[in-house]
Design a protein around this ligand. Sequence first.
Ligand code: C2E
Ligand code: CA
Ligand code: CA
Length: 709
Amino acid sequence: MGTKTERRTAIIQGGVGLAGMLALIIASVRLDSLGISAESTRALLILAGLVIGTVSFAIFAQGWILFADKLSRQRSYTAVLFFIVGLLDVLHISAYSGIKLFGIETGLHLSDTLLAISHLLGALGILFIFSSEDQQVSGKHKLMTFIGGALVTVIGIGLLYTYQRKYSTWHTYEGRSFGNAIIWMVTLPIILLAMISMIRRARESSSSAAITMVRALMFMLLGHTFFMLVDMRLSLLHAVGEWYMVISYYFVMKGVYRLTIEEPFRSQQAVEAMMKHMVDHDDLTGLPNLRRMKEELDGYANHFGASCIGITVINIDRFKAINDSLGYSAGDKMLTEVGERLSEVCHGAEKVYRMSEDEFAVILTDVNDAEAAERRAISLLRSVNPSVIIDDTEYHISLSMGLSVYPVDGTSVEQVIQYADMAVHHAKDQGQEFSRYVDTMKLVTQARIELENDMRKALDQEQFFLEFQPQFSLQTNRMVGMEALVRWRHPKRGIISPGDFIPIAEDSGLIVQLGEWVLRTACQYNRNWQLAGYPPVCISVNLSMRQFRQYNLAERVGAILNEVGMEAKYLELEVTESMTYDIETALSQLYSLKQLGIHISIDDFGTGYSSLYYLKSLPIDRLKIDRAFVQELMLDGNDAAIVSTITTMAHHLQLKVTAEGVESKEQLEFLKQQNCHEGQGFLFSKPVPAGVFENEFLQPACRLRSFFI
Ligand code: C2E
Ligand code: CA
Ligand code: CA
């Protein structure tokens, strides 16, 4: 906007300048009849000379003295340039007034030469100095430029004064020496060229400084043309021409200041502001981040002393599953949407922050006590619009919130943020939408941290062991496979079930190591049983998403099979539907696993977001219907329909189906009717230790179970 107005002003100014000039040229014939005294015009002229000298030296000083630590090439060159130009202009006026220098006669001719050279240098200088990018230069460079410029000028002026008489005898042209006329004419296109290059620059970078320079060159052009067209022996016209140059140099000063000081400073400021923004804002949502939140909370805490601040942490339920199954870009959109929804419902000074991957925070500052904070937090949470549209599909998001209150719950900002985070995890664990921090939550979190630490030692200390759960064919009633399930014998807490430690292992990354141990141990057992002479069966091992994403997964699995000496066809890996989050990776992983010759099943089928479309393109062997559907089978018609649909679909896709969590005969009957291939569940057996498994299920007599009969 700024440059637009500037452009308009420049055009108006140019128009006025041009009109004035034309008017003067037309009127010049009659100027003498105006009766302006010689004294007045002389005064006007000397004044113009003084102002020109002042402005030129101001340009010099500006380049030389201001921000001397941030010297640039353009600035130091223009400084030297205008030092010379100013000097020439002052000498020009003094010569015009007939003032002698070094006792040398001066006059109109020398004055004209000095002025012509000053214009030529000014235009050439601007053209060259501003035709390339600016750079920083050293103080030494600046000094050398100045010394060089001053030397050349002094020598040049000396020569000019000494030999001027010779030149003045050259041919004359309209009262002007031929030599001078050439300089005057050559200068004109140079000014034009400089102007064009500045206009281009102003367009490209929409720099208002460049427009100012264009204005300078425009007045230089007008002044110069004026000097060329009218008879300069008329002092009044000469004075007017000088005033055009005054305007021009004034704009040069302004332009150079803006180009070399103001604009770089502004852009540096903008870069700094952007960097600061990047440091304390989140890229994706543009919201301030945790770092910023801490800073601001510190500010509030120090400012308002003991007054009350509510810190809420908001977590998107099942975000990981959404992200895994819909893909990262959908996940990103969801996060952006949630950020916006939260911002929409904030009042007054309340502000939303992005804390971590799937967590946001809102700071409640307009509350007087903890109860008010709790009321406001709940009303805020409830007013969030839960429907989110991503890629034309509507999703219903549910949020959980934790609240802690400063300084009631904790006296340090770090502490209260941590407590709000604990509160939201507590809410999620309890299946609640809201939870206010209480001190006992600290214990739960500590316990989790302890568990994670213990787990690191548990692998080395062989605290993990496997149990096996048999899988039966519903057609032949025979045991056809088994699933290996890991358990942890904690030295103090006794047996811990995987539901309690697998999520921690996944969060901490320990799952990769643990999973590999499970795989090796399970294969080892199966191989040993085969070597002991039992009829070989397939063993299923669970694979967590983190393991599935390992780039060299197939290689690792192959190495374990080799090491154990078990044939690949006796191993089945169970992966969850969320692997389809990134179908490309999933396909390549599955194909390389299949190449080993192992089987692949999809675990907990029906609970994720997997696309049925992908299902037929995946190289898989089996679907395992999640036990949640099986367990509600006889109570809920919907679940029965789901089970029957999954089975039918699997038949079509020529996949095997295993029903998980079979607990009753009724369920078994229903599954048989649906032609479900296999079953696994407490009805047949709970997962049992290796010894029990061997005795109960591997002995030939035990393979056919009574419950089928
Ligand atoms: P999952 O893969 O769905 O494993 C089956 C779970 O269902 C087992 O729980 C099993 O004890 C239980 N179950 C089997 N039949 C029935 C039944 O009739 N009724 C009921 N109510 N439950 C039944 P577990 O052993 O506690 O394992 C829980 C989950 O932990 C497993 O679910 C699996 O996701 C994970 N897990 C277990 N071992 C491993 C492992 O070695 N690696 C990985 N990554 N995950 C494992
Ligand atoms: Ca499983
Ligand atoms: Ca399962």
